[in-house]
Design a protein around this ligand. Structure first.
Ligand code: G16
Length: 543
């Protein structure tokens, strides 16, 4: 095997964000050694010689080329085995399944998740550790340190490896195993959920429309919904993974999954609409003319655990990210589970899951998951919902409204201001931080600020500390306003403002969310001076 040591110069900007290293696709393609340096930094950090890794991506533009480079570098660095999905495809949750099943040492996922793909879009690299989950900050910081001192990388000089058929190939001491990316994942879903009950729901004529947004989940969804559960052919739309997602935005929210939303709000809507993002870890669930807020969704999944085969023995505890509404806490308190609050980022759930402290966890950013793997899981969430519907015979709207009646409703919205000049966004956050001590006592129309802080987190298991995770403002009626900058964008900055208000009065629970939160939305803008700092008069995305 001809191994080449290629001299390189370190980059300053390879610090992983909320979820791996995400940049414009062109940066990875056109900056010499940019991809190679980051991969070598991962390999150096984990000492990859003799190790087994799972590898795959969501099929977006530049995946194929990047996978070949990574394979050749793994061979040059003497990895023992790389398990790769056929044609290089793997959803993020499926990578987690395989790492755990094969007790691999980790995995690399090529995806920028919900960010657009294509040559003008985004590309990303995520590293997962042996538990199957995103690398914790101690590991990503170590990778970052490596990126700053690299002087060479190693790559095998060879032709591309054929990834189109399942099987084993050897190159030097490294075994490359091409595996079916769908079957292990689908088998696990069958263990967790009551497929019999869901199958009979479909037999009774229940209509699901699942939009894979031309991203990675199409083959998984076809196998699970249409093949194993007997949903009618055509349940899965936009089911072929495409390099540019066929021009669709792979973010399953009310703004970007527009076609699905329009269909679900039309008079002859199916019973359930659902979608996942580019790499399959997010989910959006809709009933006919009814949107399920992701914060409510995770609370409802937790409240109904007794109906689901894989969870009916009980939940050890639950967790949510700080910005997620406290609907989940209300369920946990009533049912007697422990509940935890973490910073934004799935990586923060890993230690709690590993220590057996929690069974379910979720985030406002369309993510929910459980101890079955160490990633959030889009199709898992949708199957959990189908399982609840099959067992209760209720519609999505009925399940949600009943939940609000029992636990109260946490009105919740997120306003995103995208593409802000980075300095302006930083200025807004710095200004808030400077004024933190003076905020309590401030009266804003009917609301009084009682407490404000900059959220810091100490992991209860590892004791790792994470600072600077968002500004929280609490009001006298226990409403909350949170401000933070996104850690997943690739252009300028995105300010996220999260607003939450609890309503126990059933007669007031049917209001429109934006109307119910109107005063708080105005107050949120006033406290932070959003329009003065950003020059924007309205958010670009409202969830
Ligand atoms: C990632 C993380 C999530 C996080 C989300 C949004 O999701 O895994 O934990 O909530 O980003 O992060 P931010 O608000 O910093 O943009 P994904 O689906 O992009 O991998």
């Amino acid at each position: 095997m001809d191994i080449k040591l290629v001299p390189t110069t370190a980059f300053e900007d390879q610090k992983p964000g909320t979820s791996g290293l995400r940049k414009k696709t062109k940066i990875f393609m056109e900056t010499p050694n940019y991809l190679e340096n980051f991969i070598q930094a991962i390999f150096n950090t984990i000492n990859v010689k003799g190790k087994t890794l799972v590898l795959g991506g969501d099929g977006r533009f530049y995946n194929k080329e990047a996978l070949q480079i990574i394979l050749k570098m793994a061979i040059a660095n003497e990895a023992q085995e790389i398990k790769i999905g056929q044609n290089g495809l793997f959803s993020t949750p499926a990578v987690s399944v395989e790492i755990r099943k094969f007790q691999a040492d980790g995995g690399i996922i090529l995806s920028a998740s919900h960010n657009p793909g294509g040559i003008k879009g985004d590309f990303g690299i995520k590293f997962n550790t042996a538990n199957g989950g995103p690398a914790p900050e101690s590991v990503t910081n170590a990778i970052f340190e490596q990126t700053k001192k690299l002087t060479f990388y190693k790559i095998a000089q060879m032709s591309d490896i054929d990834l189109s058929y399942e099987g084993v190939q050897f190159f030097g001491d490294t075994k490359i195993t091409v595996i079916n990316p769908v079957s292990d994942y689908a088998d696990l879903m069958e263990i967790l959920f009551d497929f019999e009950a869901i199958r009979s729901l479909f037999q009774k004529g229940f209509k699901l429309r699942y939009d894979a947004l031309n991203a990675v989940t199409g083959p998984y969804a076809k196998e699970i919904f249409e093949e194993r559960l007997g949903a009618f052919t055509g349940t899965v739309v936009h089911g072929e993974p495409k390099e540019d997602f066929g021009g669709l935005h792979p973010d399953p929210n009310l703004t970007y999954a527009k076609e699905l939303v329009d269909i679900m709000y039309a008079p002859d809507a199916p019973d359930m609409g659902a979608a996942s993002d580019g790499d399959g870890d997010r989910n959006m669930v809709l009933g006919s003319s009814f949107f399920v807020n992701p914060s409510d969704s995770i609370a409802i999944l937790a409240a109904n655990y007794e109906l689901v085969k894989g969870y009916k023995q009980g939940l050890r505890g639950v967790a949510r990210s700080m910005a997620t509404s406290r609907a989940l806490d209300t369920v946990a308190d009533k049912k007697g589970f422990a509940h935890y609050e973490t910073p934004t980022g799935w990586k923060f759930f890993g230690s709690l899951l590993d220590a057996g402290k929690i069974t379910l966890c979720g985030e406002e950013s369309f993510g929910a998951g459980s101890s079955h793997i160490r990633e959030k899981d889009g199709l898992w969430s949708i199957l959990y919902w189908l399982n609840i519907l099959a067992k209760t015979g209720k519609s999505i709207e009925e399940v949600v409204r009943e939940h609000w009646r029992t636990y109260g409703r946490h009105f919740y919205t997120r306003h995103d201001y995208e593409g802000i000049e980075t300095e302006r966004a930083k200025g807004l956050m710095d200004n808030l931080k400077r004024r933190l001590a003076s905020l309590p006592g401030m009266q804003l129309s009917d609301y009084e600020i009682t407490w404000a802080d900059d959220f810091a987190y100490t992991d209860p298991i590892t004791r790792e500390m994470t600072l600077d995770q968002g500004i929280r403002v609490f009001l006298k009626d226990n409403s909350r306003i949170i401000y933070r900058l996104s850690g997943t964008g690739t252009q300028g900055a995105t300010l996220r403002v999260y607003i939450e208000k609890y309503e126990s009065d059933v007669s007031k629970q049917s209001q429109d969310t934006q109307k119910a939160l109107k005063d708080l939305i105005k107050i949120a803008g006033d406290i932070a001076g959003i329009s003065a700092f950003t020059g924007m008069t309205a958010p670009t995305v409202i969830t």
